[in-house]
Design a binder for this molecule. Structure first.
Ligand SMILES: [Fe+2]
Ligand SMILES: [Fe+2]
Length: 197
């Protein structure tokens, strides 16, 4: 199950587009975890090991930047807008932030068991079942969460956040990735843009 890292995505001139691109990567790496989860109670093949290592790295290193983009850069800007359409979307933000908190221990469990699988080559039946359960819960949450952000929150932000606020949002996203906050710049897929760490 090859995982694609390093493809170019939308530029900083469209910060909510970049946030949606992050969702496609979250979905892709969750797919990798779900596929690997079915194989963990037997010795892992090299391809599955690579897919697992890539997915664990994404959720360990890049996904927290996406959460910070939303909680520290996007949501506070939306909360300052009094437009009725934004106010309606704001009702969802508390629930979205709760989802972020709720996911943390599950990601910790997936990381712990995933690293165990990488070092031992497989997991016990009990550990494999715990991994499958944690990944299943995360996948179900992210399906609902991402749909809400992509269909409600981001379109409202794209239409109603003033240009200066969009630029500030993009700049903060770029700095979080040590990227040049230029609107011509492109951000790389795994969230750690140039220089790559
Ligand atoms: Fe989110
Ligand atoms: Fe998101």
């Amino acid at each position: 199950m090859p995982v694609q890292i390093g493809a170019k995505v939308e530029g900083f001139s469209n910060p909510t587009g970049l946030l949606s691109d992050c969702h496609r990567r979250i979905e892709m790496f969750l797919g990798s975890l779900e596929a690997v989860a079915k194989l963990l109670d037997r010795p892992l093949a090299e391809e599955a090991r690579r897919a697992l290592a890539s997915a664990l790295r994404y959720f360990r290193e890049a996904a927290p930047k996406h959460t910070a983009d939303e909680e520290e850069s996007l949501f506070p800007r939306l909360r300052r807008i009094t437009h009725p359409e934004v106010q309606a979307a704001l009702a969802e933000l508390d629930a979205l932030e709760k989802d972020h908190r709720w996911a943390v221990p599950l990601h910790d469990e997936v990381e712990r068991l995933g690293q165990l699988a990488l070092s031992h080559g497989h997991l016990s039946n009990t550990e494999a079942e715990a991994f499958r359960e944690a990944v299943g819960k995360l996948a179900a949450m992210y399906r609902r969460h991402i749909q809400l952000e992509d269909r409600v929150v981001f379109p409202v932000a794209a239409r109603l956040l003033p240009a200066a606020e969009q630029a500030a949002l993009a700049g903060e996203m770029a700095r979080r990735r040590n990227a040049v906050p230029s609107f011509d710049a492109q951000m790389e897929t795994h969230g750690a843009a140039q220089p790559r760490k």
